[in-house]
Design a protein around this ligand. Structure first.
Ligand code: PLP
Length: 395
């Protein structure tokens, strides 16, 4: 019955139909087909999960820990998160009422946005930013207000935030992500304080995505939740800190009433997180403070190397203070858009990176390189890029 099939094919949620599939992922899929490609496009650590963390997952399976966990996540993990946030940020979240364990930070973001937004609300997003926020906001029916930070050293300034809040009275939520994907920019305590002084005057939430907070190079991370506990939904997880992206454990912390609402959405979507992954994350947070520090030593060397090489080759870079990305401006002589440039680089030099336009306003003309890759790959990739730029850039 082809007519019936045709009708069913077009029977999808209207908002979902409108949302474009991830341009970044599509580009990456194309690039991945190229033989001998060195991909500096991945947003995940290249380290192994620490041995003590793996053993905790194994022990959980062997002990037949196989029943549904509490919806908000296992109590030992919520306690570990609470103690971790206290130890690292001097924050006080009650493990019983103010923390939810989620399926990666991704689900914390999705559950939060679906719980708090109504159609027609506005959401301020400093850009370039992690691309996942855009489709989720659109799916809720809310509107994205991009604030381009490319002219202000890739940080949201108090002036730009005030202007956006004044011009968009339907703003219900502000998204912050620092250290920032894709620029690696970290916000100092003074920068966070200046933003908090504005935000506290408005009845808005802050979704603060701090998933890279353990991967900082120059200054300690300072959570905005310390200044705005009533307004902040603090989101983080162990994906980046403990190289556990595939374990899928993130979390959110917020005031009790907010957590109650978000927990409803979370339970509808996922019921509860996986037990063995929760056991591993509990171990990582209770006994794994040294693990990310070891990674930071490795990433810092790579950051210095890749930034120096890109600058030598002719790219201006945003100085990364955290995460594992360098955001680099395509040299002027190319006069090319970032999609074209990145595609040529992939085809001719066999180096994969991520075109900047997918990260929103201010990203066009830039490329994101991830240095979560081996020293050998980074060295070879930089040599290939250098050759490409010399040949194609007419230098
Ligand atoms: N938030 C940011 C800023 C990210 O860069 C990523 C992953 O790249 C995530 C959230 C998703 O984290 P998870 O793998 O824990 O879902």
């Amino acid at each position: 019955m082809p007519e019936l099939a045709k009708k069913l094919e077009t029977t999808v949620n209207e908002r979902l139909r409108q949302v474009a599939p991830s341009a970044i992922r599509e580009f990456d899929d194309r690039v991945s087909q190229i033989p001998d490609i060195i991909k500096l496009s991945l947003g995940e650590p290249d380290q192994n999960v620490p041995e003590h963390v793996k053993q905790a997952a194994i022990a959980s399976i062997v002990a037949n820990d196989s029943h549904y966990s509490a919806q908000k996540g296992s109590l030992p993990l919520r306690q570990a998160i609470s103690q971790y946030l206290q130890r690292k940020q001097n924050l006080n979240y009650d493990a019983n009422n103010e923390i939810v364990v989620t399926i990666g930070a991704t689900e914390a973001i999705t559950s939060t946005l679906f719980s708090l937004l109504n159609a027609g609300d506005e959401v301020i997003v400093p850009t370039p930013s992690y691309a996942l926020y855009f489709p989720i906001i659109e799916l809720t029916g809310a509107k994205i207000v991009m604030v381009d930070t490319s002219q202000t050293d890739f940080v949201l300034t108090p002036a730009a935030l005030s202007k956006a809040l004044e011009q968009h009275p339907r703003t219900r939520l502000i998204i912050l992500n620092y250290p920032t994907n894709p620029t690696g920019r970290e916000y100092s305590q003074a920068e966070v304080t200046a933003l908090a002084q504005i935000i506290e005057k408005y009845p808005v939430y802050v979704l603060s995505d701090e998933i890279y907070s353990e991967l900082v190079y120059d200054q300690p991370h300072f959570s905005i939740a310390r200044l705005l506990p009533e307004q902040t939904i603090l989101i983080s997880g162990v994906s980046k800190s403990h190289a556990m992206t595939g374990y899928r454990i993130g979390y959110l912390a917020a005031p009790h009433a907010t957590v109650t609402e978000i927990t409803k959405m979370h339970a509808f979507m996922v019921t509860a997180p996986t037990n063995s992954s929760q056991a591993a994350a509990t171990e990582a947070l209770n006994n794994g403070d040294a693990d990310p520090q070891a990674s930071v030593q490795i990433y810092r060397k790579r950051r210095d190397f890749i930034q120096r090489r890109l600058n030598e080759i002719g790219f201006e870079t945003v100085s990364p203070q955290g995460a594992f990305y360098v955001f680099a401006k395509i040299p002027e002589q190319f006069n090319q858009n970032d999609n074209e440039f990145a595609w040529q680089l992939a085809q001719q030099a066999h180096v994969g990176c991520t075109p900047g336009n997918g990260f929103g306003a201010g990203g066009a003309g830039y490329l994101r390189f991830s240095y979560a890759a081996s020293d050998e790959d980074l060295t070879e990739a930089m040599n290939r890029i250098e050759k490409f730029v010399q040949q194609e850039g007419g230098q």
